[in-house]
Design a protein. Structure first.
Length: 476
């Protein structure tokens, strides 16, 4: 049994740990995926908001239309920055002409600082270039020195862009100079303008990002939690089954040991009496013969009881606990007197019978009732360790039930053991007391018979004061 348990645990524990590790990996991957998705969307929204904020700032200075724009004054742009930035935006074959003179008209040209007498004149059609007006204007004016948008305006545009993307998280927006160092962290979105004449770094922080991500993966977390609970429940149930089976195996071994000992004793006594009668002339002494025959009859009765208990075990194992005999109308008082008569001759045994019934007979299985009361009285006598063994049997009735009380003054049963005394093979441990013979089937058999009679059996016991078994049977 121990080897089987070890093999089971070697399978169950690694499997449970593997499932738990997979759940943690899956949740971590889901969290990172949601975090990366949010970062991408929030970054795109910030870039769009920056472009819109730049254009709105420029509109306060110049006028822009869908096809062309004009400035009221020249704009100074660093040529290297312009080239690097515009090359990334314009991929069409637009004609660029470099003229070795300074143009007086700022409307159609952009003055470049850094190279003397150099002007880039470029016919740019933003629609043909595939750019919307906002992106086009932002791509040009973000290069100038005066196009640093107001923080409040940028925050407003960013909030609008986030709302369009169904993101309603509060954020903190800050514009830094180019030399500022920002630590990369979850919930921090940074966007720079490296080719600008006045480089800046726009940083958005989302303090409530973790809560939002948690809500997004809430259902996976719940499912994982339920799965873990299910695994724990299965392991706990398996553990209980294993422990119960192990206890059952121990009790079965005790049962086999006890039943073997109890079988040997009657056989040895019968063998000795027969030998005395046959070999030592005991058969010629009528008194001795009668005494040996009575002793043999008692041992045969014990053997019959052991056989009945073994048969009861077989029926219990197969779930077949049919009543013996037929239903009959009996008087409970007469049946109990017959049971009591079997024990009154035992040394030190006193059984008090008190029946108070208005209905003298009940329709039931007499053999089943006799077995029930015989087992209970036998237990009451066996587990009373004092020389005087008193058992009280009382019968009372209500409108619907007949109630039987079988009370002894024995050693009693601890409360922790009371829920298990009706289990098969269960014996209440009493230290190292083995002189009380038993096999753990009597009360289990009693419980089964009472249930088949549509009755109930309960126990009330106090250690050192005795035990009372209460049986309720319906009158009808």
């Amino acid at each position: 049994m121990d080897a089987i348990i070890k093999r089971i645990w070697w399978i169950v524990v690694p499997t449970a740990l593997a499932v738990l590790a997979f759940q943690l990996y899956w949740l971590r991957s889901s969290w990172r995926s949601q975090e990366e998705s949010f970062t991408q969307v929030a970054s795109d929204a910030l870039a769009k908001a920056r472009d819109r904020a730049v254009v709105e700032s420029v509109k306060k200075i110049g006028n822009a239309t869908d096809s062309s724009f004009k400035l009221s004054s020249s704009v100074s742009i660093n040529s290297d920055s312009y080239k690097g930035y515009m090359d990334s935006l314009m991929k069409q074959n637009d004609q660029v002409t470099v003229i070795k003179k300074v143009t007086k008209s700022p409307a159609d040209s952009l003055h470049l600082s850094g190279k003397k007498d150099t002007v880039i004149q470029k016919d740019i059609d933003p629609i043909r270039a595939g750019l919307d007006m906002t992106q086009f204007l932002a791509s040009v004016f973000v290069l100038s020195d005066f196009t640093r948008p107001d923080t409040a305006l940028l925050a407003k545009k960013y909030r609008e862009e986030l709302k369009n993307r169904h993101i309603l998280l509060p954020f903190q927006l800050t514009i830094y100079n180019k030399d500022t160092t920002i630590t990369k962290a979850p919930g921090v979105i940074a966007l720079g303008t490296p080719h600008s004449g006045n480089p800046m770094l726009v940083v958005a922080r989302f303090p409530g990002l973790n809560s939002m991500l948690l809500l997004k993966i809430l259902w996976p977390i719940i499912l994982s939690f339920l799965l873990v609970l299910l695994i724990i429940g299965c392991i706990w149930t398996l553990w209980r089954i294993i422990v119960r089976q192990k206890k059952l195996e121990v009790m079965k071994n005790d049962f086999i040991s006890n039943i073997t000992h109890e079988l040997k004793t009657p056989v040895a006594i019968l063998s000795a009496t027969n030998e005395a009668l046959l070999a030592f002339g005991g058969i010629n002494d009528p008194e001795k013969t009668a005494r040996y025959l009575r002793l043999g009859q008692d041992e045969i009765r014990k053997l019959q009881g052991l056989v009945d208990n073994i048969m009861a075990l077989t029926r219990l194992e197969h779930g077949d606990d049919d009543m013996t005999g037929e239903m009959a109308a009996i008087a409970p008082a007469d049946l109990l007197k017959a049971v009591v008569s079997r024990f009154t001759g035992l040394p030190g045994v006193h059984i008090d019978l008190d029946t108070q019934l208005q209905q003298e007979t009940i329709l039931t299985y007499p053999a089943a009732l006799k077995t029930i009361f015989s087992n209970l009285v036998d237990n009451a006598i066996k587990y009373t360790t004092t020389p005087e063994k008193r058992v009280a049997i009382q019968v009372r009735e209500t409108e619907q039930y007949i109630i039987f009380f079988i009370k002894d003054q024995g050693m009693g049963i601890d409360k922790q053991h009371q829920p298990f005394i009706f289990d098969r093979f269960y014996r209440v441990p009493h230290g190292d007391i083995h002189e009380v013979k038993g096999h753990g089937l009597g009360l289990s058999h009693v419980k089964s018979l009472v249930t088949r009679l549509n009755g109930t059996i309960t126990v009330e016991s106090t250690p050192g004061q005795g035990t009372t078994f209460i049986i309720q049977l319906k009158k009808s």
